[in-house]
Design a protein around this ligand. Structure first.
Ligand SMILES: C[S@@+](CC[C@H](N)C(=O)[O-])C[C@H]1O[C@@H](n2cnc3c(N)ncnc32)[C@H](O)[C@@H]1O
Length: 161
């Protein structure tokens, strides 16, 4: 999905569930795709922290850094007690190494070269990757991973490096 859309943290969940009826299934499938219990996690486009909240429930030991280009969305994610960075995915990522980089419904804004560049940078700094998005299946090969869940144009891709 296009991440160019300006999300309002107050109405985000209502809006995204209306746009993507399988939103909660996608989130659950992303958590299930995590290849091993992660300690240091980078959540790209963390938004209000929907994925981070589920990840912490499954892996309470995880230390999550949430990156997002929207200060309003990050403000909400901070309520989870995670570290947050106001930054763009196109810019250098916070220093790894990461056990896991996870990105749910956030890489859709990038053009093809931007996506490939991001995947290359993630691979240099992370032991694993989980991508969940519309058309994520098309990125499985570039990510060096495999599709673990799909429904219509939604897919989850997981890779371990
Ligand atoms: C649809 S929301 C998804 C939020 C969260 N991952 C989830 O699953 O609920 C997309 C998020 O990506 C962020 N975003 C969009 N483009 C970005 C970019 N280039 N760099 C960093 N964050 C970006 C938006 O601000 C928004 O919070």
């Amino acid at each position: 999905m296009s991440a160019q859309f300006h999300w309002d943290p107050e109405t985000y969940l209502q809006q995204v569930r209306a746009e993507i009826p399988r939103f909660d299934e996608l989130q659950d499938a992303a958590i299930e795709a995590i290849p091993f219990p992660p300690r240091r996690v980078l959540d790209l486009g963390v938004g209000t922290g929907e994925t981070a909240r589920r990840l912490l429930a499954a892996y309470p030991e995880a230390e999550i850094t949430g990156l997002d280009s929207s200060a309003e969305m990050l403000f909400r994610a901070r309520e989870l007690g995670i570290e947050t960075r106001l930054a763009r995915m196109e810019d250098p990522l916070p220093d790894g190494p990461w056990d896991l980089v996870i990105a749910v419904l956030s890489v859709g804004e990038l053009d093809d070269e931007g996506k490939r560049d991001l995947l290359r940078r993630v691979r240099e700094q992370s032991r694993s990757l989980v991508l969940a998005d519309t058309d994520a299946a098309e990125l499985a090969e570039s990510a060096g991973g495999e599709v673990t869940w799909s429904e219509g144009d939604l897919a989850v891709v997981a890779a371990a490096y």
